[in-house]
Design a protein around this ligand. Structure first.
Ligand SMILES: [Ca+2]
Ligand SMILES: [Ca+2]
Length: 140
């Protein structure tokens, strides 16, 4: 799926999973070059945890330099498959995908979030994405 044009949930926080310190939330859009820009004054060693669409939250520790603009702080590889948005790819995502299986956009049982590859229908290819990422838990 493409992330271009999609809104991003992004927190700047303390580095490391579970270390708290969520200091700033921003909601940028992925641009046509698949880049995300945002402004911050929270410099130094930080964590950035973000999610886009049906992907799990992903944390990376970064260093944000006060005297360099723009900072390039990393590349995020995201895990697809979170149909219900609870930050784990689980049986509950399978259930929601199953309920929408075989539907196309506009059908009564259509669930846009079950269309993991965003081709406009819920098919075996969406199941494959979910299966490949099954049991993965997101950061946050
Ligand atoms: Ca889920
Ligand atoms: Ca699909």
């Amino acid at each position: 799926m493409s992330t271009i044009g999609k809104p991003v949930d992004l927190w700047i926080k303390n580095p490391g999973v579970g270390t708290g310190g969520y200091v700033q939330y921003v909601n940028p859009i992925v641009n046509s070059s698949r880049l995300i820009f945002f402004e911050t004054t929270h410099f130094g060693n930080r964590g950035i945890v973000l999610r886009i669409g049906k992907h799990l939250w992903k944390l990376q520790d970064v260093k944000i330099n006060a005297n360099s603009e723009p900072n390039v702080v990393g590349t995020w590889l995201l895990t697809n498959g979170d149909v219900d948005g609870d930050n784990i790819v689980s049986i509950f995502d399978y259930i929601e995908l199953s309920l929408a299986f075989g539907t196309v956009a506009g059908d009564a049982d259509w669930n846009e979030r079950a269309d993991l590859d965003e081709d406009g229908e819920v098919t075996i290819f969406d199941y494959i994405i979910l299966s490949n990422n099954f049991d993965i838990i997101g950061d946050f």
